[in-house]
Ligand binder design. Structure first.
Ligand SMILES: [Ca+2]
Ligand SMILES: [Ca+2]
Length: 100
């Protein structure tokens, strides 16, 4: 099993735990890649994006943070981007830089 596949499976398995713990909305953390706005950029953000994009989960509370690759769109590329970042094979998340 590849490292990336193992990471995705682990993220999916953590879904139940994440949704079992109530969260308090306190505003945006300001961290690119923090899709669930919990103040950290960790595997839970991958889980959050998988749930949002494929399983009917909640919308990102701060959409600009969920756009991890900074291309101004929230899609599967952001999931892959975060996985690459966590595995040390990609750059850190960044914000969308819209053209003027
Ligand atoms: Ca987070
Ligand atoms: Ca994106």
């Amino acid at each position: 099993m590849s490292r990336k596949l193992a990471f995705v499976l682990l993220a999916l398995l953590c879904t139940a735990l994440i949704y079992a713990i109530p969260t308090i909305a306190v505003g945006c953390s300001g961290l690119p890649g923090d899709a669930n706005d919990d103040g950290q950029v960790i595997g839970g953000d991958v889980t959050f994006l998988v749930n949002y994009l494929h399983l009917g989960g909640k919308e990102p509370p701060c959409p600009e943070q969920a756009d991890a690759n900074g291309d101004c769109v929230i899609d599967d590329a952001d999931i892959v981007y975060l996985i690459n970042y966590f595995s040390g094979q990609g750059p850190a998340p960044t914000f969308c830089r819209q053209q003027p």
